[in-house]
Design a protein around this ligand. Sequence first.
Ligand SMILES: [Fe+2]
Length: 130
Amino acid sequence: MIGMVAETGHFVVKNEGYVDFKEGQDFESAEMMLFDIIDETAHVQYAHNWLDKLAAHAGVDNSDYRERAAKVREEYQANAIKLAGELDRKLSRTPGDPTFDFYQDLLGRIRAACPLANAATCPPRSPKPM
Ligand SMILES: [Fe+2]
C-alpha cells in the first residue's frame, strides 16, 4: 500500500519541487529533493519486487495490484484536491486577520533566510497527492 500508493503518488510533486529549487538557485534543497526521489524510487522498487513474491507465498492472486493501486491513488488524489479546495476557501486573505498576518510573516522570514530566485515566476504546481 505505501509503496504503490503514497510513495508512487508523490513523484510528480517531488520532481516539481526539485525543478523549482534548482531553478530558484536553492541547490541544497534541490539536492535534498534528489536524495528523497532516489530513496523513494528504491522503496517503490521494493514494493514491485516483494508484492509478487509475498502474494505467491500466500497463495493470493495479486496480478492486478498495479491497476488496484492506480485506482486507490486516483481516489486519494480526488479526496486531497477536494480537501485542499475546502481549506483554500476557508483561508483568510485579509490583512489584519491574525492567521493571514502570521502566514505572511512566516513566508517573509523563510524567503529572507533562503530567497528563491524564481519565487515570483514559479508556475502553479500539481496538488499534493494525499
Ligand atoms: Fe519511502
